[in-house]
Design a protein. Structure first.
Length: 412
């Protein structure tokens, strides 16, 4: 695996840590910005909305730049947003800072995932994406608790300064460790070429699968704390340890899925969705019994967001591995986060704490249905398209060097 992919994971880690930091410092930020806790909560919503709606537009603006230069620009924008957050004198400035960082974060995801696929051999693209996305998993596992710890001991502004320093480190590592993947003219995409693939109905179907997979997971994940304390009976102090275990499960699951995503894309997704449906249903049924509840929670960690490498591989085969497709895909994933968390909150208000778990199970079931057209399609009739636009292997099969534009074995 090219070392540059690990460098890209560091950048994603910085972005995800910034995304989650507000969740761990709500009381301190509310006091410092003379705002209410619900208003601080809106900063999380604003970040997610900026990611989903603004990220693709920034990606379009950067299409003519070589990928490495685009990453540098995105680091600069992201750094500016975090510095603005660290120095914000009021709530309005902080809101603007969160919008800026959200837009930059989404565009960075798209370009970084595109580069990860481009740097790896065609038959190892799913694994490369999983390595890069370990930055996301580690952001959940380590980024949130570390930024919260810094904020609690040195003030919430210190947390944003720490993220700014991490951003500079990731940018320098990218400049030193990420090569240009091609000549500038070959790297730079065009608006028309990038948008052409969105005429394919199958691409839109694969994108909606991602929304349901992530929505199912986040309908439960967003409310693990109240479920574990209010239904399962764990003490408040125990929940962080359980969340760390959940984060460790996501790292493990992401690694396993990454190794299987290229060869068994569709079987991995189908298996993951079925297992997630079972775990969510089990959690809803046994939320009041500690041992099965924790087992089901860890199961959701293993087969929930960890489907990302297979989701990315499927979307790239339905479209291409360019930054625009990957950024729009990230937007559909973000829509899943927003859908799961928002509908889960409404469900709790109407039906109680078990409701978001049942909602997650329902979303997973719909996600399985979105796979049916590909499951019914004969392998010979499911051609994929590589980054260069040439036909690649069917879903669930390893693309050959001839059909996927494979690079020499020495590359990566």
């Amino acid at each position: 695996m090219p070392r540059a992919v690990y460098v890209l994971a560091l950048g994603i880690f910085a972005m995800v840590t910034s995304e989650f930091v507000v969740a761990g410092l709500m009381p301190q930020m509310a006091a410092g910005l003379d705002a209410t806790v619900p208003q601080i909560g809106y900063l999380i919503t604003a970040f997610a909305a900026a990611m989903a709606l603004g990220g693709p537009f920034l990606t379009v603006a950067l299409l003519k730049l070589p990928r490495k230069r685009a990453l540098t620009v995105l680091f600069a924008v992201f750094l500016a947003g975090n510095v603005l957050a660290a120095t914000a004198a009021g709530y309005t400035v902080m809101l603007a800072a969160r919008i800026v960082t959200g837009i930059a974060s989404q565009a960075f995801f798209g370009v970084a995932i595109s580069m990860s696929a481009q740097l790896a051999r065609p038959e190892a693209r799913g694994r490369a994406v999983s390595v890069a996305l370990n930055g996301l998993m580690l952001g959940t596992l380590l980024g949130l608790p570390l930024s919260t710890l810094i904020g609690e001991h040195f003030g919430w502004r210190a947390a944003f300064w720490a993220i700014s320093a991490l951003t500079v480190l990731a940018a320098l590592a990218t400049l030193a460790g990420v090569p240009r993947t091609a000549h500038a003219e070959e790297e730079a995409g065009t608006f028309r070429t990038e948008l052409a693939v969105f005429r394919r109905p199958r691409l839109w179907l694969t994108l909606t699968t991602s929304t349901f997979v992530i929505g199912a997971t986040f309908s439960a994940f967003s409310y693990l704390n109240p479920v574990l304390t209010g239904l399962t009976g764990f003490a408040t102090g125990t929940v962080p340890l359980l969340l760390i275990a959940y984060g460790a499960a996501t790292v493990l699951g992401n690694t396993v899925v990454g190794r299987l995503a290229d060869r068994y894309t569709l079987p991995v997704l189908l298996t993951g969705l079925i297992l997630n449906l079972l775990f969510l249903t089990g959690f809803a049924l046994f939320a009041g019994v500690p041992v099965p509840a924790v087992m089901c929670m860890l199961g959701i960690g293993l087969v929930g967001v960890t489907m990302n490498p297979a989701l990315v591989t499927r979307v790239q085969r339905a479209g291409n591995a360019g930054p625009m497709v990957n950024t729009v895909h990230s937007s559909f994933i973000t829509f899943g986060v927003m859908t799961g968390s928002s509908l889960g909150g409404l469900a709790i208000g109407a039906y109680g704490l078990r409701a978001p778990l049942w909602l997650g199970a329902a979303l997973a079931a719909v996600g399985i249905l979105t796979l049916v057209p590909d499951l019914l399609r004969r392998p010979a009739r499911t051609p994929a398209v590589s980054r260069t636009g040439t036909p690649a292997a069917p879903l669930g099969e390893v693309p050959t060097a001839e059909c996927a534009g494979a690079a020499p074995a020495s590359r990566g």
